[in-house]
Write a protein that binds this ligand. Structure first.
Ligand SMILES: Nc1ncnc2c1ncn2[C@@H]1O[C@H](COP(=O)(O)OP(=O)(O)O)[C@@H](O)[C@H]1O
Ligand SMILES: CC(=O)N[C@@H](CCC(=O)OP(=O)(O)O)C(=O)O
Length: 266
């Protein structure tokens, strides 16, 4: 992609890992090795929804998800802050340090990276859930330019001292949109499957290309559901916001050897 002054933009990869990879130590370690070896400038975003649900239940706190989003009351906010901002984020950062990637773990409050606003109450009160309002792309770039690798968890803030829970896929797409002001951005949504599947019982039935028209057909035929709905909506938002390239599949798509994944275009 060319900037208006015709200067070629540098590439930046924004990689997201889903909750099922985080839950499995061997998969997480294998992924972090691939991420560490990924050439060029990069950002990691992690979820951890499964771990939060598990730890909340140990504390006697029930988890409720609506449309792929967690209803986040005050107790749940405490849990997700400890789990995403502490346990998961710091373990990922330590593992990256062991791989000689100089990672810095962040919530959206750190360096004011991601401001959000509490989702207005309509039919559903999501509680302390934030919709992204602004990404401080220049501040994030200062870290990247200093050769640090930012690792974001799924927490944002409202600028008035309130932390908010924000879906990790949304953080990924919004950070990528912000960084598209400075870089040619590519998103890699890594999860445990090979991509968007035509037949959920056949792990190899990957839909290799999805555009808006194909997405509508997949929706009408009930082929995509659950967490995949907000995930794909985020992809189209990101593409409309200037993201160059979006891929979804298992972690081996980070190597050049695997071409069995889903590519999303407008
Ligand atoms: N057609 C489909 N192909 C692949 N996954 C699908 C499909 N329809 C629904 N899904 C669901 O979407 C999930 C991925 O979304 P999500 O739970 O948000 O992932 P993540 O682990 O990245 O947070 C899959 O684990 C799967 O259960
Ligand atoms: C508001 C909201 O739903 N936030 C998510 C953030 C974590 C997340 O997205 O984790 P995965 O990528 O592992 O699903 C949640 O608390 O589950």
């Amino acid at each position: 992609m060319l900037k208006s002054n015709n200067k070629k933009m540098e590439k930046l990869s924004i990689v997201k890992i889903g909750g099922n990879i985080i839950e499995d130590e061997a998969s997480l370690n294998a992924f972090l090795k691939l991420f560490s070896n990924l050439e060029g400038k990069k950002i990691l975003v992690h979820g951890g929804g499964k771990r939060a649900t598990h730890i909340a239940s140990k504390l006697g706190i029930e988890s409720n998800m609506v449309n792929g989003r967690r209803i986040t009351d005050a107790d749940t906010l405490e849990v997700i802050t400890m789990v995403y901002g502490g346990l998961v984020n710091k373990n990922v950062v330590a593992k990256l340090q062991a791989l000689h990637t100089n990672a810095i773990g962040l919530t959206g409050a750190d360096i004011n990276a991601i401001q959000s606003e509490k989702r207005p109450v309509k039919e559903i009160d999501f509680g302390f859930v934030g919709d992204v309002k602004a990404v401080a792309h220049k501040s994030i770039d200062k870290l990247i330019q200093a050769d640090f690798t930012p690792v974001f968890c799924a927490i944002t803030h409202d600028g008035n001292g309130q932390l908010l829970n924000t879906n990790a896929d949304t953080i990924t797409s919004q950070v990528a949109v912000g960084m598209s002001n400075l870089y040619e951005t590519s998103i890699y949504y890594c999860f445990e499957l090979n991509g968007v599947l035509m037949d959920f019982n056949d792990k190899n039935s990957v839909v290799k290309h999805i555009d808006s028209k194909i997405y509508q057909e997949l929706l009408n035929d009930g082929i995509v559901a659950d967490g995949m709905l907000p995930k794909l909506e985020n992809c189209f938002d990101a593409l409309r916001g200037g993201v160059h390239n979006i891929n979804m599949g298992n972690t081996s798509m980070l190597t050049q050897e695997n071409d069995n994944f889903t590519k999303i275009t407008l």
